[in-house]
Design a protein around this ligand. Structure first.
Ligand SMILES: [Zn+2]
Length: 157
């Protein structure tokens, strides 16, 4: 299994989110080459700003392992985590972070701010960007295009 295999699984999660009218961001966490947690955004249906794909995946992986420390785990996520998720990634001590698409506006892993790479903290990591970027971008763009069209239709009625 390589990075593409796992990122493809994260992309599949993003597609599931899109089917549920959630912002299509997907995430998987891998330990010893096995996917131990998978998730996608669930903020609308879950009625909670906390239900980002990364937070849900960290929670599931911690329950699976039975420890809050995810020290030997890699996270694959389709878009750069926000500041909340970046904090959770560091607190859970995830070892490696692989991101498909950078988020210049809100990304907190090097694009806007760099919470995950902050050397002044006890735990930090350097995020790896760009794998399957185009696929992730296409899913997000199609989602927001559809949303804009729906809003336009609704405002015309
Ligand atoms: Zn987030």
């Amino acid at each position: 299994m390589d990075d593409y295999f796992y990122m493809r699984e994260a992309i599949n999660e993003a597609k599931l989110a899109r089917l549920e009218d959630e912002v299509p961001i997907g995430c998987v966490i891998v330990k010893d080459e096995k996917i131990i947690a998978r998730s996608h955004n669930y903020t609308y249906k879950g009625k909670s700003a906390l239900k980002h794909a990364e937070i849900l995946a960290i929670d599931r992986a911690s329950k699976y392992i039975g420890d809050f420390r995810l020290e030997d785990c890699t996270m694959y996520v389709t878009m750069e985590p926000c500041s909340m998720c970046a904090g959770a990634i560091i607190n859970s001590r995830i070892k490696r972070l692989v991101i498909a698409l950078a988020d210049v506006k809100r990304g907190a892993c090097g694009s806007n701010t760099n919470i995950t790479g902050d050397r002044s903290q006890l735990h930090y990591l350097d995020a790896e960007f760009g794998i399957m970027r185009e696929e992730s971008l296409e899913i997000l763009q199609s989602f927001f295009k559809k949303l804009r069209e729906k809003r336009k239709r609704d405002s015309c009625q």
